[in-house]
Design a protein around this ligand. Sequence first.
Ligand SMILES: [Zn+2]
Length: 175
Amino acid sequence: MSHEAVPSRRADRERLLTLVQPGTTHVGTGVFARRRLKSGMVLGEIFGQVCDDHPADPSYCMELPSGKVLEPSAPLRFLNHSCDPNCELFYWFDEDDPQVVVEDRLWLQTIRDIEPGGELLIDYCWPADASIRCRCGAANCRGWIVDPDELHLLKDRDPCREETEVAPTRAGDAG
Ligand SMILES: [Zn+2]
């Protein structure tokens, strides 16, 4: 074990915990800003367990650049999906060759300003065969939690038919 690596990872995690915290949403747990987060800010690394097999609850999983599966630990395991996200996952790659992954690690950054108490949301971009209906409520909601490039594969599936008849009124959306 490297004596240098441990404190730096702990510092990264401690910094993350000054920026975000878990909280309750209409779909369960989510991740919320503890203070104002400016667009383009690197919030921290996604820590967790790298799995060779599919874990018990694959809905929390994120795909690493190598294709391995990462099961994130709290609080970032609770990041919810939106079709209109304010954060994104990224990784570093070789500037000379984007095919070359520098590190098999994932990081989270903001792509819009987030006010204190605002929920952090990412676009899960799941493959079509793993997609489920989306209830994110964004004006540009795709209807499915799916990679935009694979949305056309779901053209014949109608996500809205049952939903629109019993669409619940969402409080606090007006204006
Ligand atoms: Zn959506």
